[in-house]
Design a protein around this ligand. Structure first.
Ligand code: FES
Ligand code: ZN
Length: 304
């Protein structure tokens, strides 16, 4: 197999694009795809200050690497979730990446300002991932606001977007479908623009990019993700993709082109302000504050 660009021996084959690349042409291809997404979707410009949410995994570090390479003004933010070894390892990788590139990384300790993910899950009988996802959103929004950033970028890739879309469609979550876009404009004064520049690039592509660029990332999945619904969706989509290459990209792209605008038009109620923390919320008290209240109540009860 030969590289589509230079004719050298190819090291990676992309069936969905019917193309193969050598190492250096693939790196270039990946960076151009990100750049194209940024321009096409008007995600940000070189004047914006971008906060990149990093987890220590391949996607967020690959994204940060591309943005640094393209010369954007970025800072990273890492949330210490308190999930044992997994959290320690991923923090270590995120810090090492920032150090090597002379980039600045903010670390937010969840246990200082809230509760660690395992504690929240234990006291509220929630699946850890649900508590975690909600806390992540709260803290990333807050970090972006407090740091005066104009954009918050996350490393969600095509596989994440397709799985999220499948889940939202299976349950007809129309409000979520309305907000599933690679660029979410702020609908509240305390929100900043949220962007997902890797939304057209698959998990394998970001893993290959990270590998070819020598990025040291945490390979283990979060221990809480075992059995998570999202993984079942991914698995199903992978099987479809194996027999029909391009399915995921088509699913997401066509949704964004022909269905998402209709959902957005029908669900345009902006968030209110949380009575407790002052952050945007779709209920009088936001989900994050309600979670904290619940944990506190149950902790007090268990002490008594
Ligand atoms: Fe949040 Fe695993 S990363 S529960
Ligand atoms: Zn709140």
């Amino acid at each position: 197999m030969k590289c589509k660009r230079c004719g050298e021996r190819a090291e990676i084959q992309l069936r969905s694009h019917n193309a193969a690349f050598c190492r250096s042409c693939f790196v270039l291809y990946f960076q151009r795809q990100v750049e194209r997404a940024i321009h096409k979707q008007r995600m940000f410009t070189p004047q914006d200050r971008i906060l990149v949410a990093v987890s220590g995994g391949k996607d967020s570090l690959a994204l940060w690497d591309v943005l640094l390479t393209l010369g954007y003004q970025t800072e990273g933010v890492y949330l210490a979730l308190g999930i044992g070894d997994y959290s320690e390892q991923s923090q270590h990788k995120a810090e090492a990446f920032a150090r090597q590139r002379g980039a600045s990384l903010r670390v937010v300790e969840l246990s200082e300002d809230a509760v660690a993910v395992p504690v929240a899950a234990q006291f509220t009988n929630r699946v850890p991932c649900a508590a975690c996802g909600m806390m992540k959103r709260h803290f990333f929004d807050r970090a972006a606001l407090e740091g005066g950033f104009s954009v918050l970028a996350t490393g969600h890739n095509l596989d994440d977007e397709a799985a999220r879309l499948l889940g939202n469609v299976l349950h007809w979550q129309t409000e979520y479908l309305a907000r599933q876009t690679p660029v979410l404009e702020p609908s509240h004064p305390k929100f900043v623009r949220k962007v997902r520049p890797l939304y057209r690039l698959g998990e394998l592509e970001s893993a290959a990019y990270a590998f070819f660029r020598g990025i040291d990332y945490v390979i283990d999945e979060c221990p809480n993700s075992v059995g998570a619904t999202q993984l079942h969706y991914k698995d199903t989509l992978n099987r479809l993709e194996a027999t029909m290459p391009g399915t995921k990209l088509n699913f997401v792209q066509e949704f964004l082109r022909s269905a998402q605008p209709a959902f957005a038009a029908a669900n345009d109620s902006p968030p209110q302000t949380c009575a407790e923390c002052g952050m945007p919320s779709f209920t009088p008290v936001c989900a994050f504050c309600r979670l904290l209240q619940e944990v506190k109540r149950k902790q007090e009860r268990s002490v008594a």
